[in-house]
Design a protein around this ligand. Structure first.
Ligand code: C2E
Ligand code: MG
Ligand code: MG
Ligand code: MG
Length: 287
């Protein structure tokens, strides 16, 4: 009996092993073909930006817009950045992609200005790898020069974790960016190991409360308490706060009643391609 059991266990083990092997092969192949496709994406102009307004409810103005990367894959359709940014970072492609995002954002601001629109600041997401690149400030300076824009058109969004290592270097980078007129925003705030002291030390302009806190506002008392604490702290430090992922009026009212005045989320607008920003957003605020 135990022999039979052993036989079945071995057979099952072998099958499992084969299953894992073929599953791993499949993943490795998928990753490889995605890597090849992503290398092509830049050359073949398959990358594009969508823009999502960040609204100030004090004066109902669009304070800024976040540029969000998309990949129009020839076979798989529109792919979101969460599906390929990691791969871009691991393969080093993020350097070229990040530079493309910066230049494209600047060119778009320029194009909108030339069409007569009063364009607010544009917020751009920086990957941790990009932020640590020695050439970051020089690259941004060059792109601003090339496109003839001033630094105060731009906000750079970085995450908390980027601020925790190499403090001296981070201080220097942020000083240089500030000297260009660029604002700094902390993305997904509350999900990392936030420390109050670095916010003060780094002279951060804006915190963006992570969507995960906003999403549970009404039924999770802990998230509600965290948001209230972030807002009170930011108020003391004179740091602006943007709430991410606002989808309902209830969330909006809660946040506003706790002193949050800038919002980003589907309640106001989804991220939109440039032509739709022109027809839906600019036409409304620049009639
Ligand atoms: P993020 O910077 O936190 O961007 C906000 C994400 O939340 C976006 O997802 C946006 O579409 C989504 N969102 C906005 N409002 C709502 C809402 O009301 N409800 C819900 N459920 N979602 C909302 P997206 O565009 O898929 O981007 C995901 C992440 O990818 C970004 O998170 C950012 O970390 C990264 N990313 C996007 N573009 C770039 C880029 O150009 N470079 C780099 N390095 N990362 C980027
Ligand atoms: Mg962001
Ligand atoms: Mg965010
Ligand atoms: Mg987020």
């Amino acid at each position: 009996n135990s022999d039979i059991a052993m036989y079945h266990a071995k057979k099952k083990g072998r099958n499992n092993c084969q299953f894992f092997k073929s599953e791993m092969n499949k993943r490795a192949n998928e990753r490889h073909s995605m890597e090849v496709d992503l290398r092509n994406a830049l050359k073949c102009s398959e990358l594009l930006l969508h823009y999502q307004p960040i609204v100030n409810i004090d004066d109902t103005k669009v304070y800024s817009m976040e540029a969000l990367l998309r990949w129009r894959h020839p076979k798989n359709g529109l792919i979101c950045p969460t599906k390929f940014i990691r791969l871009a970072e691991e393969t080093g492609m993020i350097a070229l992609i990040g530079e493309w995002v910066l230049r494209q954002s600047c060119l778009q601001i320029k194009a909108w200005r030339e069409q007569g629109y009063e364009v607010p600041k544009l917020a751009i997401n920086l990957s941790a790898i990009q932020f640590r690149q020695k050439t970051l400030v020089a690259d941004i300076t060059r792109i601003l020069d090339e496109t003839g824009l001033e630094g105060h058109c731009l906000i750079l969004e970085i995450t908390e974790s980027e601020l925790m290592e190499n403090v001296e270097e981070v201080v220097r980078t942020l000083q240089q960016l500030r000297a260009l007129g660029i604002e700094i925003s902390i993305d997904d705030f509350g999900t990392g190991y936030s420390s109050l002291s670095y916010l003060k030390r780094y002279q951060i302009n804006t915190l963006k409360i992570d969507r995960s806190f906003v999403c549970d506002i009404s039924d999770n008392p802990e998230d509600t308490a965290i948001i209230a604490a972030i807002l009170a702290m930011a108020d003391n430090l004179k740091i602006h706060v943007v709430a991410e992922g606002v989808e309902t009026e209830e969330q909006l009212f809660f946040l506003a009643s706790h002193g949050c005045f800038r919002f980003q989320g589907y309640y106001f607008s989804e991220p939109l391609p440039a032509p739709e920003i022109e027809s839906r957003i600019w036409k409304r605020i620049n009639p």
